[in-house]
Design a protein around this ligand. Sequence first.
Ligand SMILES: Nc1nc2c(c(=O)[nH]1)N[C@H]1C(S)=C(S)[C@@H](COP(=O)(O)O)O[C@H]1N2
Ligand SMILES: [Mo]
Length: 426
Amino acid sequence: MNDSIDLARQHVEITRRYFARLGVAGMAGLNAVPAWAAAKKSTKKGKYALSDVISRLEYLTKAEDFNIVGRGDPKPHTLSPEQRLKVGLDPKTWKLEVLADPESDAQVERPLTLEAGTAFDWDQLMAMAEKHAVRFMKVMTCTNIAQPCGMGLWEGVPLRHLIWQARPVSNVRRVFYYGYHNDDAQQRFQSSLPIGRVLEDPPGEEPVILCYKLNGKWLTPESGAPVRMIVPDAYGNKSVKWLQRILLTNQFRANDTYAEWNNDTVSHTKTYARLIHAPAEVDAGQDIPITGLAQVGMSGLAKVQWSCLPKGGVPADDDSVYPSPGWHEAEILPPPKDWGGGLPDGKLPPNVNRFSDTTHAPLTWPLRDTIVHWAALLPPAKPGQYELRCRTIDANGYAQPMPRPLPKSGNNRIQTVPLEVKAATG
Ligand SMILES: Nc1nc2c(c(=O)[nH]1)N[C@H]1C(S)=C(S)[C@@H](COP(=O)(O)O)O[C@H]1N2
Ligand SMILES: [Mo]
């Protein structure tokens, strides 16, 4: 069966229960609602066209459906298996170095280097995994892309175990790291973290990990095989793929490639809402079902809201209008029964952080650093041109995303789509 049809069905399944409860679609399900059928058919070109979001409809995103972001000429994930073997991107040949930054006065007692034959390898990683492996949910999201790249269940070992093996002694303030870059310094994509973030996790936060699995399967070349960094609370640029080198440094600045490209690499992931299904046109007198996803950033998620205002009316992305009659609450949907993402029967493996070991249900909902689906049923509107918007209220009660004009710390505009309400015919 066509995969995207399958995925679309799953989303319908999640949202059907919600709309059925409201008595909208009756037992026939959502497809009976003309507006829903129209939304499904809408293939209008544009940022939020249905085809663009279809891969994000399951809760977890299959590795092959991720929006892949990775630089290089050639891109490391396009190398042949033989080349991968040669350049250390195969478990058989992969080596990870951990050493003092030669450009700083950091002291490391037991550097793990290729030169000394002490670099960390795959067997050592697997041995470490037997003792220390962790699994957690985390949305992969890019500072500069309007919607998440994908929602993953990642497995790996906390980076701190490896850092300790190298025995840092003094003058270490940051950790910086990069992956394979065709042995061309110009192509290096590097990121960094304060040493404190690696050694301790803030309350309720997951550890920074050396990651080797996504949704229960070994990482694919596209997703950073054999090993990538996963930084749970940060935008994707910190989660460096094809990882091969870690430097402990006394530099105190974020020397990230992404920072050099005019991005804020220090701010945490933001909370925001996006539409998935919003009809482009409906008939007057007809209820309007809409659905979407929300990204749950550091500030948490209390509410998702929608607004539907006549075109050119109130500027709904102005904070001064909150709380205003223009915003209405949508329903945050409960955790799915089938987690998708290609997991066998959609079932989670054991020992997922923040999930109950007995019921396999999440301990709280929504979970920070992840997504949730939401839905709303808008009442019928008079014929005319409208603008449909969605936004979130974070767990501190602030409308997000905020601040609107500063996308360099994370894409954060309020999504707005046009909606035409047509005079009913017949
Ligand atoms: N080695 C390397 N790692 C990288 C990148 C890169 O260009 N090279 N891009 C980063 C950026 S900007 C993002 S948003 C994420 C995207 O992760 P994904 O490709 O798994 O969706 O990968 C990060 N890791
Ligand atoms: Mo990114």
